[in-house]
Design a protein around this ligand. Structure first.
Ligand code: AMP
Length: 216
């Protein structure tokens, strides 16, 4: 099965994609994670992407389409696209790759959430620099401040989770990404779930929406 996770920054796409990956063995393809890794490794692609990411703008379609295309082609079994597509031209490019592979998209799942909650989710978000486990100082705080419960790694605050960049990321979402809701609705692929609540509740809603039993 191939699904796209849609939703504003902070709606929980990355967290739910990681949960689905470990529950179902699907491949998570997160353009945000791939770009952050490229920035950290100071690759040519990372250097090109950094300024746009720091400003909360979208990285060019050329970069993210190339990156995603490669990962989709490599992926075996199910795949969860998290953070891609972010605009209509990326959605069209994705359709083309999936058509080429004869592996059509099954569903686009929209994680629907209130604006006020988004702000707390984004400003409170912390990620383990070693294992990638995510926490939130408001909703799911680590047992010891700044330390990962899972591997004792150091928790980082993402560079683009500051208030100024967050404002721009939400604006970019409204202007460029939200039109994808109508795009997938028109293609009869859209499912909307309520993204408020515990991680487990949201995962259960997602599995129900995808008509998947956890034990399959
Ligand atoms: P995310 O982790 O998905 O919130 O992405 C973090 C940042 O990476 C975004 O604010 C963009 O600058 C960049 N980015 C991630 N995915 C895309 C994409 N599909 N298209 C363009 N830029 C992206």
């Amino acid at each position: 099965m191939r699904i796209v996770l849609l939703g504003a920054p902070g709606s929980g796409k990355g967290t739910q994609a990681k949960i689905l990956q470990s529950l179902l063995g699907w491949t998570q393809i997160s353009t945000g994670d791939l770009l952050r890794a490229a920035v950290k490794a100071e690759t040519e692609l990372g250097l090109k992407a950094k300024a746009a990411m720091d400003a909360g703008e979208l990285v060019t379609d050329e970069i993210v389409i190339g990156l995603t295309r490669e990962k989709v082609i490599e992926s075996k079994g199910g795949c969860i696209l998290d953070g891609f597509p972010r605009n209509i031209s990326q959605a069209e490019a994705l359709e083309n790759v999936l058509d080429e592979l004869d592996k059509p998209l099954d569903e686009a799942v929209l994680l629907d959430i209130d604006f006020d909650v988004l702000l707390k989710r984004l400003t409170g978000r912390r990620t383990c620099k070693d294992c990638g486990q995510m926490f939130n100082v408001y909703f799911s705080a680590p047992k010891v401040e700044g330390i990962c419960d899972k591997c004792s790694g150091e928790l980082m605050h993402r560079a683009d989770d500051n208030e100024e960049t967050i404002g721009n990321r939400l604006k970019v979402y409204q202007e460029q990404t939200a039109p994808l809701i109508e795009f997938y609705k028109a293609n009869d692929k859209l499912t909307t779930i309520d993204a408020l609540g515990s991680l487990e509740d949201v995962t259960t809603r997602m599995l129900e929406a995808l008509r998947i039993s956890e034990l399959d």
